[in-house]
Design a protein around this ligand. Sequence first.
Ligand SMILES: Nc1nc2c(ncn2[C@@H]2O[C@H](COP(=O)(O)OP(=O)(O)OP(=O)(O)O)[C@@H](O)[C@H]2O)c(=O)[nH]1
Ligand SMILES: *[C@@H]1O[C@H](CO)[C@@H](O)[C@H](O)[C@H]1NC(C)=O
Ligand SMILES: *[C@@H]1O[C@H](CO)[C@@H](O)[C@H](O)[C@H]1NC(C)=O
Ligand SMILES: [Mg+2]
Length: 401
Amino acid sequence: MVAMIRIPPRLLYLAIALVLFLHYLAGRHHDEYNRVTSVSHLMSKIYPSPLIESNSNADSPIKRPSSLRYNYPNDQPYSDKRANATFVILCRNDQLWDIVRTVREVEDRFNRIYHYPYVFLNEVPFSDNFKSHIATVVSSKVEFGLIPREHWYQPDWIDEKRASQARDRMQSENIVYGGSLSYRNMCRFNSGFFFRHPLMQKYKWYWRIEPSVNFHCDILFDPFRYMEDNNKTYAFTISMVEYEATIPSLWPHIRAFIDENPQYIAPDNSMGFISDYGTGERYNLCHFWSNFEIADLDFWRGEAYMKFFEYLDSKGGFYYERWGDAPVHSIAAALFAPRESIQFFDEIGYEHPPYTHCPKEGDNYERGRCSCDPANNFDREGISCLNKFIRFNYPYTHKLG
Ligand SMILES: Nc1nc2c(ncn2[C@@H]2O[C@H](COP(=O)(O)OP(=O)(O)OP(=O)(O)O)[C@@H](O)[C@H]2O)c(=O)[nH]1
Ligand SMILES: *[C@@H]1O[C@H](CO)[C@@H](O)[C@H](O)[C@H]1NC(C)=O
Ligand SMILES: *[C@@H]1O[C@H](CO)[C@@H](O)[C@H](O)[C@H]1NC(C)=O
Ligand SMILES: [Mg+2]
């Protein structure tokens, strides 16, 4: 006969309560414990990103700052579900080989698994040679679009005499692209028109790519799904200060716009990131480097941004000065989107020469099998605004989602 040990029910409840309490304690004092036992982490072991297959580092000791509680993108479980999203690439025919190399990297590091489509845009038609080489390297649908004239060229109402004097002066002052008209067309197009192109209408999310940029790490999660699932509007990898000489009158115009349209300002905005002490008196020149962007097209198409762009465009500063799309986008995201909807992706190792963001939080570098030099990280440079962003946005960039 088997001896039955009778446990009084009261003792059983007590034991269960004790186990739960210990679990709670371990979770409180040891974030690593939380992460390893979190549902998404367990799921990502069951459904790991297909990119992890041959990754011998996937189980390397995890070095996470223990104070951070966060919905880690790299812990996203793999899913076949795709977002309503596209890559968008503005580029010239003569940049073919620079963009082929970059697109090949995008494919190797991410898209050979996800197969998101591409939209290429140009103010002149892409050549057959360009199109066929692109088609060779992509694993997904690709469309080539022509930019409508009125979305690209300097409008007739711009005083060309004043504009050309500005170009000459900025050229003589050695301001980067200060003498270039095509660069100004490009900045205005990226500020106010790319999201209105007919080929872009059917999408909600985009990821902007430029020729010659490099992706240094495997991207083990779907950034579009991360944005969607976590209610994000705008994501960046590099943030820095703008050349003041290119935007002398931009901030005064923005202040005037805010005064006339207070209804568009998000209650929980990021004025504290773009203006020191959050007063709004001065622009501290911080912006997200827009050659990399993952963002919500409907944000640009919305009433606040459309009014904002039309207002700025009517001041002529894209031509009388040399306003970049980076400060224009960044200031809009900072003012019209809630601060928690702006995302910094440490996981994405990204280089737009001469600057590189190399992943540095936790085990992002090892898991992504990155090829960038961690010692050469733009995040540490004096002109980087990342620390300012993290300090300002800390509870949001490091919250459990
Ligand atoms: N179709 C077309 N694309 C352009 C033109 N000028 C720039 N671009 C694209 O616009 C984007 C930004 O231009 P870039 O020349 O890279 O400007 P930048 O990143 O500020 O400066 P660098 O990369 O350092 O030269 C890139 O994707 C370019 O390919 C143009 O005249 N026509
Ligand atoms: C994708 O997003 C766009 C813009 O929001 C929308 O018009 C379109 O209907 C969406 N498509 C799908 C399949 O959800
Ligand atoms: C998502 O963000 C929008 C604004 O971008 C906000 O109005 C909404 O409340 C947010 N929803 C959740 C679930 O956080
Ligand atoms: Mg560039």
